[in-house]
Ligand binder design. Structure first.
Ligand SMILES: [Zn+2]
Length: 354
């Protein structure tokens, strides 16, 4: 099986990416704020700026590591992904899930064990395309009001993560809480940052977005699927709007803006080769609308975590260590603010939901 390669599109990055950023260097500059709102005025995402030169550097570095991985991974034959990662080779990720609650009520964040089971089930179904299995290794429960309203880049958030985090770069730590500001559904770190700031690594998700939670129509567990996509190195499908190189994945059609709700048949970029990828987990539709990753995303994610997290299948070569790509590999916490996507919907603000 021949899978799409990122290489041709990645080569365009240097030439084209600079034009995809506005003066604020917003990651979604091609889709300014007023276009991030749907007809109900719902804004699902606020995105912290990553300066264009930094993003370009990240992609160039990833590309060079990927080429090295590809060279190191040759020789085994069989279907290979972009960097020697074969989709037929199963990957496994250990999950440490941390429940932060204000008190012992459902509204206070005390989610049920059955919700955790259901959430893990959703996550594993959604990642079958990538042949990645998530194994729940441990669940912690912490009743601590000052941690419950989790705010990105705050001292309390840092305290929480550093107190609770378990495992290494290859392990997924998930924190459930009531996010601040209200309307924020979740956010995640990127693979490349784990070695510079290991204590910050992980995914934070609104507790009521779990299956059976109160955050309808975002209560079927797709928020965790989406955030884990970032943790694996994926960008939004509308990254860069209609301009190349977009989300750095070949087989996700360009998209001018997020697909709130479920806008079937939408085509927001004239020159795009297909309809908008509104069913993609890395878009912004209602949970019931999100149902797929592409093979290109699978290849990118598997390459990202092979390079930066050292997550590899049994058939993959071991020449590239997980610590190699992080740019330093130091263990100390630098204190530099994290780079997150903030995935939010302002409907929660308006309706007071958590
Ligand atoms: Zn996102």
């Amino acid at each position: 099986m021949i899978l799409p390669s990122l290489s041709s599109r990645s080569l365009l990055a240097t030439a084209l990416l600079a034009g995809a950023f506005d003066s604020s260097n917003s990651l979604v500059s091609a889709a300014p704020d007023d276009r991030l709102a749907n007809t109900r005025g719902i804004v699902r995402c606020g995105v912290e700026n990553i300066p264009a030169p930094e993003l370009l550097k990240m992609e160039e570095e990833f590309k060079s590591h990927r080429m090295a991985l590809e060279e190191g991974g040759r020789g085994g034959g069989g279907g290979s992904g972009g960097g020697g990662s074969s989709l037929s080779d199963p990957l496994s990720v250990d999950v440490y899930l941390h429940i932060i609650a204000a008190n012992d009520t459902a509204e206070g964040g005390n989610v049920l064990g059955t919700q955790i089971e259901d959430q893990m089930g959703v996550l594993n179904v959604d990642y079958q395309t990538m042949n990645i299995d998530f194994k729940l290794k441990n669940v912690t429960r912490t009743v601590r009001p000052e941690w419950f309203n989790v705010k990105p880049n705050s001292k309390e958030q840092a305290d929480m993560k550093h107190s609770l985090r378990q495992g290494g770069p290859a392990d997924l730590n998930v924190y459930l809480g009531c996010l601040d500001p209200p309307g924020l559904l979740g956010y995640s770190t990127f693979p490349r940052d784990v070695h510079e700031n290991p204590g910050d690594d992980g995914v934070v998700v609104l507790f009521s977005s779990l299956p059976g939670g109160a955050a309808e129509p975002y209560n079927e567990g797709k928020t965790l699927t989406h955030e884990v996509g970032h943790w694996l190195g994926l960008y939004h499908t509308f990254q860069g709007g209609c301009d190349e190189p977009g989300d750095f994945v070949d087989d996700t059609p360009a998209e001018a803006r997020p697909g709130f709700g479920c806008p079937e048949g939408r085509k927001s970029c004239k020159r795009s080769t297909g309809l908008d990828p509104i069913h993609n987990y890395m878009d912004y539709g209602d949970d019931s609308c999100l149902s797929s990753f592409t093979q290109g995303q699978a290849v990118r994610a598997r390459d990202q975590i092979a390079i930066y997290r050292g997550i590899k299948g049994s058939k993959q070569g071991g020449s590239s260590s997980g610590g190699g790509g992080g740019g330093g590999g130091g263990k100390q916490h630098t204190g530099r603010p994290g780079r997150y996507y903030h995935d939010r919907r302002s409907s929660f603000e308006r309706h007071g939901l958590h």
